[in-house]
Design a protein around this ligand. Structure first.
Ligand SMILES: O=C(O)C(=O)[C@@H](O)CO
Ligand SMILES: [Mg+2]
Length: 260
C-alpha cells in the first residue's frame, strides 16, 4: 500500500505552517513533505514532526527569491555560489527533520544552451556528492511548462539520461505524476521504465491539480501499479485541495495510518 505524505505547503493551509503537522497527523497521515521550511527555525520544524509522530519525506533546497520567480539555480552558471550556500542552509533542516531526500531545483534556463546543460550536470554532481556524506539522496524533478514556463528541466527523458549517465548512487528522479501526464502522457509505461531510478513520487489530479480522485487519470490503478512495481518510497500529495483539506480526503481513507 502506498505511503502517502501530506504536502504542508499546499494542504491544511487554513492553519499556520507549524500547526499543519498536527492537522496532518489528525487526518491520518504518518508522513509529510513541504516545499521550503526556511522561514521557520529548523528546531521548530523538527519538533512539529516529532511531537506528531511524523516522518519527513522530502523538502526542496533553497530556490532563491521564489516570489520574484526564481526556481533554483542548478542550471545557472552565474549562481553556483548561491547554490553551494543553499546546501549549507538546508543541512540543519535535514538534520532536524531526519529527511532522507532533498529536491534540487534546476532554475529558469534554456536547455538548448550548452552552458546551462554543463552547469546542470556540475551542480547535480556537486549537490549529490555534498549530501552523500550525510546519507541523503538528491532528487531532480521534471516540471511542465504550463506551470513553470522556461523551467530548465521539463523532460523526463532528459532527467533519466542524466541520472543513468552520471551513475551517482544517491541521485534519483522525483516522479511527479501530474507533471509527467502534462508533459508526455503514457504515465504507467514511464513509471515502469523509470522505477529503478525513482526516489520520490508525487500526485495530483490533471489538469486541475486537486485531490487525486477524478479528472484525467485513474489513481487507484496507479497506486496498485506502484505496489506491483515494488515502490517502497513516499507518495507526496502535492495538490491544492478544492476546499477545506479534510473535506477532500475521502480518497485517502483506505490508506490512513499506513507506515512504511
Ligand atoms: O512543482 C512541483 O511539482 C514541486 O514538486 C515543487 O517542489 C517544485 O516547485
Ligand atoms: Mg512536484
Amino acid at each position: 500500500m502506498p505511503h502517502f505524505a501530506a504536502n504542508l505547503s499546499m494542504m491544511f493551509t487554513d492553519v499556520p505552517f507549524l500547526d499543519r503537522f498536527e492537522a496532518a497527523a489528525k487526518a491520518g497521515f504518518t508522513a509529510v513533505e513541504f516545499l521550503f521550511p526556511y522561514d521557520h527555525p529548523a528546531e521548530a520544524v523538527g519538533d512539529g514532526l516529532k511531537r506528531n509522530g511524523l516522518t519527513q519525506a522530502l523538502f526542496n533546497l533553497p530556490p532563491g527569491n521564489w516570489d520574484a520567480g526564481e526556481k533554483g539555480f542548478a542550471a545557472l552558471p552565474e549562481r553556483f555560489d548561491d547554490l553551494k550556500r543553499g546546501l549549507e542552509t538546508a543541512l540543519p533542516y535535514a538534520q532536524a527533520t531526519g529527511v532522507k531526500r532533498l529536491h534540487l531545483m534546476a532554475g529558469i534556463a534554456n536547455r538548448s544552451e550548452p552552458k546551462a546543460v554543463e552547469q546542470f550536470y556540475k551542480s547535480v554532481t556537486w549537490a549529490a556528492e555534498f549530501f552523500a556524506a550525510y546519507g541523503l539522496d538528491v532528487v531532480i524533478e521534471p516540471i511542465n511548462a504550463r506551470n513553470v514556463p522556461g523551467y530548465f528541466l521539463n523532460d523526463f527523458g532528459f532527467a533519466r539520461d542524466l541520472i543513468t549517465e552520471l551513475k551517482i548512487p544517491n541521485l534519483k528522479l522525483q516522479f511527479d505524476i501530474y507533471h509527467c501526464q502534462i508533459i508526455h502522457g503514457d504515465v504507467t509505461m514511464r513509471l515502469r521504465e523509470m522505477m529503478p531510478i525513482t526516489g520520490h513520487v508525487q500526485i495530483a489530479s490533471i489538469p486541475s491539480r486537486n485531490e487525486p480522485d477524478g479528472e484525467e487519470l485513474n489513481y487507484p490503478f496507479l497506486f496498485t501499479e506502484l505496489d506491483r512495481l515494488g515502490y517502497g518510497g513516499f507518495v507526496g500529495c502535492e495538490y491544492n485541495p478544492r476546499g477545506k483539506t479534510t473535506d477532500g480526503l475521502a480518497w485517502f481513507k483506505p490508506y490512513a495510518g499506513v507506515k512504511p
